[in-house]
Design a protein around this ligand. Structure first.
Ligand code: NI
Ligand code: MN
Length: 229
């Protein structure tokens, strides 16, 4: 069975490998664009890129209900334990490190961004993830500006890159084109846009730019739509 990646609005994705349900950056109940509520989603693993509210808000409730393992950096895993998540339900890691999990290898990549948890606790360094799944590598950049080390990430061979294009808080459409050139993914899909007015973007125009300036195939989803790997 193939892996399906569903956009749940903003930076939240559900990855269904057939055997395991993964959730990236759950922000559902208060998200203006999420097609589902936190009480409705399935999760065996919840991956958190950084501590900002629009990436962690529903993680504790979903982890508590499902018993999912929370994967995050050291500081954020400590915070989850303070929120009542058991020590054996967190997978600590940090930038540059990898862990082998039942669905594949997870590497935490750098991101150029800040990170503080909703209650003001320091969230460590912001990051992203490369998931090595059966069908290929998927790169979730997380919230980030453009950085030259994307070349190194691209050297791993990326089947699908998930990149922010909202601008203002992350890179915008123009810098994402530079990112795609360095990452050389087969496919690329945009996130972190059209949630609120400051990050409104025209994804159709972005896709045209991707087609004319890079070799990647752009995939623009509406919240609730999915990509098959
Ligand atoms: Ni952020
Ligand atoms: Mn964000």
């Amino acid at each position: 069975m193939s892996t399906e990646i569903t956009w749940l609005g903003h930076s939240c994705y559900a990855v269904q490998t057939g055997k395991h349900a993964l959730l990236i950056d759950p922000y559902l109940d208060e998200s203006p664009t999420s097609p589902v509520k936190a009480a409705e989603v399935d999760a065996d693993y919840i991956l958190i890129t950084h501590g900002h509210f629009d990436h962690v808000t529903d993680a504790v409730s979903i982890a508590t209900r499902t018993g999912a393992i929370v994967v995050a950096n050291f500081e954020i895993c400590n915070w989850f334990q303070e929120q009542g998540i058991a020590a054996d339900k967190v997978q600590m890691m940090n930038l540059g490190g990898s862990v082998e999990l039942p669905f594949g290898r997870v590497k935490m990549t750098i991101a150029q961004h800040s990170s503080v948890l909703p209650d003001g606790v320091y969230g460590g360094s912001a990051g992203g993830y490369v998931l090595s799944l059966e069908e290929g590598n998927v790169y979730f950049a997380g919230d980030t500006g453009l950085f030259l080390d994307m070349k190194l990430i691209g050297m791993e061979g990326i089947e699908l890159a998930v990149l922010p294009i909202g601008d203002c808080f992350t890179m915008g459409p123009e810098d994402s084109i530079q990112a795609i050139k360095m990452l050389s993914p087969t496919r690329v899909t945009p996130c972190h846009y059209n949630t609120w007015a400051p990050i409104d973007q025209n994804a159709t125009a972005w896709a045209d730019q991707v087609r004319s300036h890079t070799a990647a195939n752009p995939v623009v989803l509406l919240p609730g739509e999915k990509i098959e790997l």
